[in-house]
Design a protein around this ligand. Structure first.
Ligand SMILES: [Cu+2]
Length: 125
C-alpha cells in the first residue's frame, strides 16, 4: 500500500467548517474566473452536484486542504498520475471529508475516479 501522508476523517468527527459563506467575496485576481482564494493555513473544497468547488484553490506550502463530499453519493479525490504528490481518498460517502497536506509547491490536478469528468486543481505556492 502507498504511504499515507494524509488523514481520512470520518463524517461524524466534530470538525467545524465555515460554511462556504464567502463565495462572493474577492476573487483571486491571479487565476481564472472560477478560482477562489481560501488560503488561511489551509483551504476547503466542497463537492456538490458532482463538482469540485472551487475548481482551483490556492494554498501555501504546508497547508492542508479539506475536501468534503456534500453529495448523497460517493466521490473520490484522486491525484493525477503526474502529480508530484499522490493522494487518493477512496470512496467518500455523503458528508465525509478527506484531507491532504501539501508539502511542496506545485500544481496538483485531481479528479474523481467514479466520475472522471470531475476535475479540479490545487495550486500550492
Ligand atoms: Cu464523483
Amino acid at each position: 500500500m502507498r504511504t499515507h501522508r494524509f488523514l481520512l476523517i470520518a463524517a461524524t468527527s466534530a470538525v467545524a467548517f465555515t460554511a462556504c459563506s464567502s463565495s462572493d467575496s474577492a476573487a483571486d485576481n491571479s487565476t481564472v474566473d472560477t478560482a477562489a482564494d481560501v488560503s488561511a493555513s489551509g483551504g476547503a473544497v466542497d463537492i456538490t452536484k458532482s463538482r469540485f468547488g472551487p475548481l482551483e484553490i490556492d494554498v501555501a506550502i504546508g497547508d492542508t486542504v479539506t475536501f468534503t463530499n456534500s453529495d448523497p453519493f460517493a466521490h473520490t479525490v484522486t491525484s493525477k498520475d503526474a502529480a508530484a504528490q499522490q493522494f487518493d481518498s477512496g470512496n467518500l460517502g455523503e458528508n465525509e471529508t478527506f484531507q491532504v497536506e501539501f508539502a511542496a509547491a506545485g500544481t496538483y490536478a485531481y479528479f474523481c475516479e467514479i466520475h472522471p469528468t470531475m476535475r479540479a486543481t490545487v495550486v500550492v505556492n
